[in-house]
Design a protein around this ligand. Sequence first.
Ligand code: HAM
Length: 422
Amino acid sequence: MSSNFQAPKGVNEYVPPRSAIYLAARDAFAAVATRAGYSYLELPVFEDTALFSRGVGESTDVVSKEMYTFEDRGGRSLTLRPEFTVGVLRSVLQHNLHRGELPVKVWATGPAFRYERAQAGRYRQFYQVDLEAIGSEDPAVDVETIALAWDWYRELGLTRHSLHLNSLGCRECRPVYRAALQEFLRGLDLDEATRARIELNPLRVLDDKRPEVRAQVEAAPVVTDYLCGACKTHHDKVRELLADLEISWVDDPRLVRGLDYYTRTTYEFDHPLLGAQSGIGGGGRYDGLSEDIGGPPLPGIGFGLGLDRTVLAMEAEEAAAATVAGVTVYGVPLGEEAQRRIFGLVAALRRAGIAADMSYDGKKLKGAMRGADRSGAAYAVILGERDIAAGSAQLKDLASGDQVAVPLDEIVTTLKERLSQP
Ligand code: HAM
């Protein structure tokens, strides 16, 4: 029987054995980011509500429908972060990191919250790894971020993901495109809500998933035909550098992102085995965001990759098995004195850097050996009364079943030697 309580609807939680995949994925990301000179940021889970409404944009679904907003006991309006980027930028500006070497390269991870319709791969509490490079307009930085996401997916064993690339232009050329798109959309046969959207956020109409809308917007003007000279040069350079790194991509002039701050380069990673929620990550430039939240002009680019969907993709590609961690050695004490010795031995093994666990509660041999099997250990150290009298323990190779007596004070060194052999 479980308790009277369940986790709230739509939240995703990780319990063993699956949590090992999650942790391995997150740790691998830390290594990828650190290797490229990105430093870690630990940010608050909630921020001033106005930061998100200004930064992410009032007209987005995220801000208008999905935020977890509450008033604290001091009457402040706070919101659980629906994404990381605006909080990262707020923190960088608050701590004056942008006055040092540019770009400021940082990454963060943790939960984010959106009140969405919960389904497989879409949760109300979900997890991201987020990486941002702030203070550079160089297209090489755009490609660096893409390459890091790409390398991470590869390192996790994924092979089926794809990259979709677009440019959304800048403050100069986007309004021209926006006007052309609005004019086209106004001529279509659309429902009231969608018509209202044309005036508020016409790019979002391109993202409408309904077949009857999709069919009509097929012939809509595309943003890449409206890029100004500087945006076009930037976009071409991004594509050239991607090719240099042998990263394949699909040009997708209909790719619009669900957040308002994007300019120029935007991209998404998709996985074909995940059904409707196939977006495993996305990112892009946000050259005007700093000013939107009251900061100085400061360009930036980065991405947020969905840990939940990445774990699902690893499972779908059967890339997850290798990452499930266990212990290496399992102690099996038979009797009270043996329990005390094994307890000390397991502590010594751990101090020597060897992952070890043991059975508790005076379990008999059969139950304890079942624990050893389940632990994933390669070796069991079995200690009975007769062994104690002889000053040794039985070291059992759990794969082959071979068992030898080893003097108690040589167990740690013996295991170290055996484990260092390939
Ligand atoms: P986003 O596209 O909203 O971008 O989210 C990035 C990724 O988070 C998605 O591709 C998806 O994998 C995952 N994700 C989003 N919502 C959910 C959900 N409800 N359940 C499960 N996974 C989800 C951003 O958040 C931007 N801040 C990315 C960025 C960083 N752009 C520039 N820098």
